[in-house]
Design a protein around this ligand. Structure first.
Ligand code: GTP
Ligand code: SPV
Ligand code: MN
Length: 590
């Protein structure tokens, strides 16, 4: 019996079942018994492997197909009715044409399989800012991941009631054919369709598909923002907690910053960082006129390689129970997991991410895929914020943009005002990473880290950012900053230690927000006076810091030219304010 009488839900599910023709249909109720049964079933078929119960309780290992290891931006579509509404940064196809194409791929795709019906909530169930979705999938792996990443089950159906206001998501593995892999969004229909993939960002439809692409579209209509941002609280020795949200592109350090452990002398002085979210922020104007950010997710889908006891002990700790590992090394000696950068002791008796025997001491190949991931419950995180479940989220003092730039962007600078800050976000660029299929290490423009995730025309998106200034008293808006942890020397070594040491920069940012420290003016905006960054025990000397803060005018003028041609793609949708900011930047550089 269906656990809801909602006609809009039942009719849609009946249609999808008629098309995909599953043998059985199972409603996910959110109970531990059902989760346990599904885990056991997935282990019986080899879809999951149970890991060492003593060392990693309730943890499992999964391997995807070797050609299905990252988001596929080339095959991701925004099918708005008008092509213009998808904008130059998205792939588009007319909705009728796409629905017809997908219908062919989905027809009979679940024959011999079970359709799982997952009612889920982005945000605390029943809270004013929660949004609901239903994902239909033929993958137990997807069900179990969604049970970690979102709030799932009957409580969601109760909260939804008779409302037709939910996001429809259909996922079928089909035959995992990469040539027929599609990740498709119909923003005007509240609908997401994903086929022929089994990788996280392509199939956990609550995450990038709903909470960013569909939600960004809804947010524009309804006056709020859906952003690819971590949210954290910085507690200072006075005990005050000040919040910031930061947008970095995929695999550029959001999870690591969100779970930061302060350097020792900061810790002793009473500094602490609280994690509210590591990937997605929904932001609105609160009753007090400030911007409030909440994390709609319930877990972390984090990059495994590089996570270790030194770089991110909190993340490591978070993954020690109730976690699903995807595409990492299976250590057969003790039935645990390993990845590059975990420690200097790779297992000899192991299986690599492709499922082949692997000896970490002798093999020249990587054991874990560079985009291998963990799916871990947020409540496991030792520094999870007491505000994590607060449906209103937290008030933002700062918004931070950043990316991987070997040369141009300085360690940190502050925008002059909101408009300039929107400009700073719009000109973000970063070297590409393994989080998406395609070349790695190529600089591409990635405005607000939303290039792959904005569900509508990015020119309109920038205007929406600018319009937020009209929604409230400008003085109450967060200050906007840009950071770059990835400047390198001529040999390609990182000049800044990063990770916990990033708190040294956050301290300056927070002090700027509360008028507690001065700054130098540069062509880019405001920068720290070198002596205002605490370098104690950082291993960085003042000269290196000066280098990290330096602005190479020639490189920046090249960047201005690149930005100009990028902006040209947006035609008359480019907000004039941004074009003026670019001219002003160029003039200051000259
Ligand atoms: P997504 O989950 O794809 O959105 O990634 P993310 O932005 O959360 O990135 P994450 O924190 O997982 O970091 C990705 C990679 O960047 C890892 O290999 C980290 O080791 C590395 N990294 C993170 N922070 C720093 C830093 O401050 N300095 C340096 N050099 N590397 C970092
Ligand atoms: C990202 O790529 O930004 C991620 C991982 O957070 S995924 O869920 O695959 O999008
Ligand atoms: Mn992300």
């Amino acid at each position: 019996m269906a656990p809801t009488k909602n006609r809009a839900v039942l009719d849609w599910i009946a249609d999808m079942a008629a098309m995909t023709q599953p043998d059985q249909m199972v409603w996910i109720d959110g109970s531990q018994e059902q989760i346990d049964a599904l885990r056991a079933q997935a282990c019986a078929t080899g879809e999951l492997e149970k890991l060492n119960e003593e060392l990693l309780p309730d943890c499992y290992l999964h391997r995807t197909a070797v050609n299905d290891v990252a988001r596929v931006e080339d095959r991701t579509f925004i099918c708005s009715r008008r092509e213009e509404d998808a904008g130059p940064t998205n792939h588009w196809m007319a909705p009728d044409e796409m629905y017809a194409k997908l219908r062919r791929l989905y027809t009979g795709a679940m024959k011999g399989r079970t359709m799982y019906i997952i009612p889920y909530s982005m945000g605390v169930v029943g809270s004013p800012f929660a949004q609901y979705g239903i994902e239909l999938t033929d993958s137990i792996y997807v069900v179990l991941n969604m049970c970690i990443m979102t709030r799932v089950g009957n409580a969601v159906l109760e909260a939804l009631g008779d409302s037709p206001d939910y996001v429809k998501g259909l996922h079928a593995k089909a035959d995992l054919d990469p040539e027929n892999r599609y990740i498709v969004h119909f923003p005007e229909d509240n609908t997401i369709m994903s086929v022929n993939s089994g990788y996280g960002g392509n199939v956990l439809l609550g995450k990038k598909c709903f909470a960013l692409r569909i939600a960004s579209y809804l947010g524009r209509k309804q006056g709020w923002m859906a952003e690819h941002m971590l949210i954290l609280g910085v507690q200072n020795p006075a005990g005050e907690v000040r919040y910031l949200a930061a947008a970095f592109p995929s695999a550029c350090g959001k999870t690591n910053l969100a779970m930061l452990i302060p350097p020792e002398h900061y810790r002793k002085a009473g500094w602490k960082v609280w994690c509210v979210g590591d990937d997605i922020a929904w932001i609105r104007v609160g009753e007090d006129g400030r911007l409030w950010a909440m994390n709609p997710e319930n877990g972390f889908f984090g990059v495994a390689p590089g996570t270790n006891e030194k770089s991110n002990p909190n993340a490591l700790h978070t993954t020690q129970r109730g976690t699903i590992f995807t595409n990492v090394v299976h250590n057969l000696d003790n039935n645990t997991v390993w990845w590059e950068g975990l420690d200097k002791n790779p297992p000899e008796h192991a299986v690599d991410w492709k499922g082949n025997p692997w000896n970490g001491k002798t093999s020249s190949e990587k054991g874990a895929h560079p985009n291998s991931r963990f799916t871990a419950p947020a409540r496991n995180c030792p520094c999870i914020s007491p505000e994590f479940e607060n449906p209103h989220g937290v008030p933002l003092s700062a918004i931070v943009f950043g990316g991987r730039r070997a040369r141009t962007a300085p360690l940190v600078y502050q925008a002059r005002d909101w408009e300039h800050g929107v400009f700073v976000g719009s000109i973000m660029a970063s070297e590409t990473t393994a989080a998406a299929a395609g070349a790695v290490g190529v600089v591409r423009r990635d405005p607000m880290a939303m290039f792959p995730f904005c569900g509508y025309h990015m020119g309109d998106y920038w205007q929406h950012w600018l319009d937020m200034e009209q929604c409230t008293d400008a003085a109450k808006l967060p200050k906007i900053f840009n950071v770059n942890w990835f400047r390198t020397d001529d040999e390609g070594h990182f000049l800044w230690p990063g990770f916990g040491d990033n708190l040294r920069v956050l301290e300056w940012i927070m002090k700027r927000c509360f008028d507690e420290v001065d700054a130098d003016e540069t062509p880019l905006g405001y920068e720290p006076r070198p002596e205002d960054i605490d370098l104690e025990d950082s291993g960085v000397d003042l000269e290196t810091l000066r280098g990290l803060l330096s602005v190479d005018r020639d490189l920046w003028l090249e960047d201005v030219a690149a930005i100009r041609s990028f902006y040209a793609k947006f035609g008359d949708k480019l907000p004039p304010v941004l074009a003026q900011e670019l001219d002003a930047l160029e003039a200051r550089l000259k």
